[in-house]
Design a protein around this ligand. Structure first.
Ligand code: FHN
Length: 464
C-alpha cells in the first residue's frame, strides 16, 4: 500500500498564497482603518512569537509499530494510515508530568518573543483544553487530566506575553468528517448532511476557548478541505469578532491562501487579518498587508524523536532580521516531547536568539520594512520618530575595509553608532552621489549580525 506522505514542499505550496486583501471597511470587516490599526498595533510591534505544536502525535514521535514514519510528526495518523480507534489509544499514554507552563513562557520571553500560539486542536482532533462538546480532550481522556491551555494562558498573563491559539478546521477524529484517500494532503470529506453539525461543534469550541483562555489571536489551519467555503470563513470571523471585538484572526479562517491566482493582486476580498506564508519568507515581503512567516526549527512541527535537522541559531537570527526588514512577523515553532519538555536543541537555539535580542531588540520591535530594495551586506529596518527616522543597518557581512556603503541614501546623515555600544560612540559618516558611507571599527561586534543605528533628520530620501 502506498504510504500517504505530506511533503514539506506541498505544505509550502499550500501556504504560498497568503495575500488576503486584509482591507478594513470590507463586507466582512466594517471597522475604520484607524480602528483596525489600533487592534493590530501590539501584533505589528511584537515581530517575534513562539508557535507550539503539541498533541497526541508527540507520543509516537515519528515512530509507529517500531518503524520510522516519513513526513512531519503531527501528520503521523495520516502518514501511517492509523485507524481512529487505534490512534485514540494514544490518549491513555499522554501524561506530560514534566509540563511547566512558567518555564515554557520564560523560555519564549527570554528568547525575545512577545506572543505564543499553541495548538488547541490539530488535524487529529485531540483537544489540549477542557472542551465540553467532546470527550477527546486532555482533561477527560488522558491520565494527566488537566487543561493545558488554561495553565499556559494564565502564565502568559502573569509574565506579560500574549496568549494565542491555533485551531484546525480539518478534523480526522470528528464523526462528521472522514479522511480522504488523496495520498498527498488528504483533505477530509464531510458526511452527507453533517456539515452544520461540525460548524456548530467548531463554534462551540471556539467560544469555550475565548471564555476560558481569552486568546489574543485565533490562528486557523486545515481550511483547504473542499466542503469549507470562504462564506463559512466570513461567518466564523464575524462570530468571533462579536464574541471578542479586539481579537486578531489569520487568513486561514477563510480560503485566502488557496487558488493562488489573483490572490496577490488583491482583486478578491478574502477574510482574515494577516497572511501566513509557511516555511518561507516572501522575497520582497507583502507590502500593504500584515503577514507572519511560520517556520520550523528542524523539519517537523510536532515532536519527532529522530529529526536532528536543526537550523543554526545564526539562521534563526538572520531569518528574524530578514522577516522584520520585509515588514513581517516571525512565528518560530517548537514541538514539545510527550513528557512536556521543549527539546534541548530548541532551548539552546532560543537562548542564543535571546542573547542577540537582548542587545538588538530595538532594531526589531516596533520597526517597519526597509526602504531599500536590497543591501549587499545585510538588511535594514526602520523606525519613525516625529522629526527623524532611525535606520537600523543589520550587517551580516562585515566589510573587510571597514567601509559600509548605504547605496541610494540621499539624506544628510545624523548621529550614527553601534547598537551594542553602550557609550554610543559616534561613527564617521560621509555622503556622495552613491549614497552614505559609514566608517566601521575593524572587528564586527557580533559575527552573526551587528546593528548600526543611523539617524536621518527630516524626510527620508532613498533613490529607487
Ligand atoms: O498541516 C499543517 C501542519 O501540520 C502545520 O500545522 C502547519 C503550520 O502552519 N500548517 C499545516 C499546513 O499548512
Amino acid at each position: 500500500m502506498k504510504t500517504p506522505v505530506l511533503t514539506l514542499s506541498l505544505l509550502a505550496a499550500l501556504a504560498l498564497a497568503p495575500y488576503t486583501a486584509c482591507s478594513a471597511g470590507s463586507a466582512w470587516n466594517t471597522e475604520t482603518p484607524d480602528q483596525r490599526d489600533a487592534r493590530m498595533a501590539w501584533w505589528r510591534e511584537a515581530r517575534f512569537g513562539m508557535f507550539i505544536h503539541w498533541g497526541l502525535y508527540a507520543v509516537p514521535g515519528g515512530i509507529w509499530d517500531g518503524k520510522p514514519v516519513g513526513g512531519i510528526g503531527e501528520w503521523i495518523m495520516n502518514s501511517a494510515n492509523i485507524p481512529v480507534a487505534d490512534y485514540e489509544k494514544l490518549a491513555a499514554r499522554f501524561d506530560p508530568v514534566e509540563f511547566d507552563a512558567a518555564a515554557w513562557v520564560r523560555t519564549a520571553k527570554d528568547a525575545g518573543m512577545k506572543y505564543l500560539v499553541i495548538t488547541s486542536k490539530h488535524h487529529d482532533g485531540f483537544c489540549l483544553f477542557d472542551s465540553q462538546v467532546t470527550d477527546y480532550t486532555v482533561v477527560k481522556a488522558s491520565p494527566y487530566g488537566r487543561d493545558l491551555l488554561r495553565q499556559l494562558s494564565a502564565e502568559c498573563h502573569r509574565q506579560g506575553l500574549k496568549f494565542c491559539t491555533y485551531y484546525s478546521i480539518m478534523d480526522w477524529h470528528h464523526p462528521a468528517q472522514t479522511r480522504g484517500s488523496d495520498a498527498q494532503y488528504n483533505p477530509t470529506k464531510i458526511q452527507p448532511g453533517r456539515k452544520q453539525e461540525y460548524l456548530d461543534f467548531m463554534k462551540a469550541q471556539l467560544k469555550e476557548l475565548i471564555d476560558t483562555c481569552n486568546p489574543e489571536v485565533l490562528w486557523f489551519d486545515g481550511e483547504w478541505v473542499e466542503w469549507y467555503t470562504e462564506e463559512d470563513g466570513r461567518e466564523v470571523y464575524r462570530y468571533l469578532r462579536d464574541l471578542k471585538p479586539d481579537l486578531i484572526i489569520n487568513n486561514r479562517v477563510g480560503k485566502g491562501r488557496q487558488g493562488m491566482e489573483g490572490m496577490n493582486k488583491g482583486d478578491q476580498d478574502y477574510v482574515g487579518d494577516f497572511g501566513t506564508p509557511e516555511q518561507q519568507i516572501p522575497a520582497t515581503g507583502l507590502p500593504g498587508v500584515d503577514w507572519e512567516s511560520c517556520m520550523t526549527m528542524n523539519d517537523t512541527w510536532g515532536f519527532k524523536s529522530r529529526d536532528d535537522h536543526w537550523k543554526s541559531a545564526e539562521t534563526l537570527i538572520r531569518n528574524l532580521v530578514d522577516i522584520a526588514s520585509k515588514g513581517g512577523n516571525y512565528l518560530l515553532n517548537v514541538g514539545p516531547t510527550p513528557e512536556g519538555r521543549i527539546p534541548a536543541p530548541s532551548i539552546d537555539r532560543l537562548a542564543e536568539v535571546g542573547r542577540w535580542m537582548k542587545v538588538n531588540g530595538p532594531a526589531i520591535y516596533r520597526t517597519t520594512a526597509s526602504p531599500f530594495r536590497e543591501l549587499p551586506w545585510g538588511r535594514c529596518t526602520k523606525k519613525q520618530f516625529p522629526r527623524r527616522t532611525a535606520l537600523y543597518l543589520h550587517v551580516f557581512d562585515w566589510p573587510a575595509d571597514g567601509r559600509l556603503v548605504v547605496p541610494g541614501l540621499q539624506n544628510r546623515p545624523g548621529r550614527c553608532f553601534l547598537l551594542s555600544d553602550k557609550e554610543k560612540a559616534p561613527l564617521t559618516t560621509t555622503r556622495n552621489e552613491v549614497g552614505v558611507t559609514i566608517q566601521l571599527p575593524s572587528e564586527a561586534p557580533d559575527p552573526v549580525c551587528s546593528v548600526v543605528v543611523l539617524n536621518i533628520p527630516g524626510q527620508l530620501k532613498v533613490r529607487p
